[in-house]
Design a protein around this ligand. Structure first.
Ligand SMILES: [Ca+2]
Ligand SMILES: [Ca+2]
Length: 211
């Protein structure tokens, strides 16, 4: 009787411990916490309270400057949400190689951030200030013999931003390479992000690349 009681208790305690460990493991990833996190947008105009503070617009008023365009729409089209006159905001792209991230910026304020894959150690992505020199919806690399969707060149030596590459046989590089420096020097972006950046950034857009 006593033996079986202890045995049962032992298993109950062991099960509890295992379940506790499982729960901790599941709730641990930071990524999961940030993706389910709600972003506060008090006036529901499509621009978060945090970004309203950075752009100087009123987080409780949908159309801060009263020009009939809501703050979120103005930022989406790169117009100032605080001036009734159509004042454009400066678009730029900021890349931090150490973090393997790309920021979409307006007047230096990051409005979105994405994971990228830059050059591997043997063929690093150059750092410094650049401009988008030319664009092509589907570039072809004669050296690497692969397609580079949403190509945007930023040097005359073959460096550009583009979507994860595709080989003539139809194989496409996996998204698991994002966040890892494995390219030949280009800045690779994910599916969706590459098109978004291609449509958003005109030729001449400033690109800042830091180590
Ligand atoms: Ca808002
Ligand atoms: Ca407005």
């Amino acid at each position: 009787m006593t033996d079986s009681f202890f045995t049962a208790s032992f298993w109950r305690v062991l099960c509890f411990c295992l379940l506790s460990v499982a729960c901790v493991t599941v709730s641990e990833p930071v990524q999961a916490a940030t993706t389910t996190q709600t972003i506060a947008d008090t006036d529901l105009d499509g621009l978060s309270d945090e970004l309203e503070a950075k752009f100087g617009s009123d987080p409780r008023v949908k159309d801060t400057d009263g020009d009939s365009y809501e703050d979120g729409l103005e930022i989406q089209h790169a117009y100032s949400p605080t001036e009734a006159a159509p004042v454009r905001l400066q678009k730029s792209i900021f890349i931090k190689l150490k973090n393997q991230t790309l920021e979409k910026r307006l007047n230096g304020i990051a409005i979105n951030a994405y994971k990228i894959s830059s050059g591997r150690p043997g063929s690093p992505t150059p750092t410094g200030e650049f401009r988008i020199l030319n664009k092509h919806p589907r570039g072809w690399s004669r050296i690497a013999k692969l397609w580079m969707p949403y190509w945007m060149a930023f040097t005359t030596r073959g460096h550009g931003l583009h979507e994860l590459p595709e080989w003539p046989g139809g194989k496409k590089e996996g998204a698991d390479h994002l966040g890892k420096p494995v390219s030949g020097g280009c800045v690779r972006m994910g599916v969706g992000t590459a098109k978004e950046m291609y449509d958003w950034a005109p030729v001449g857009t400033r690109i800042i690349i830091e180590k």
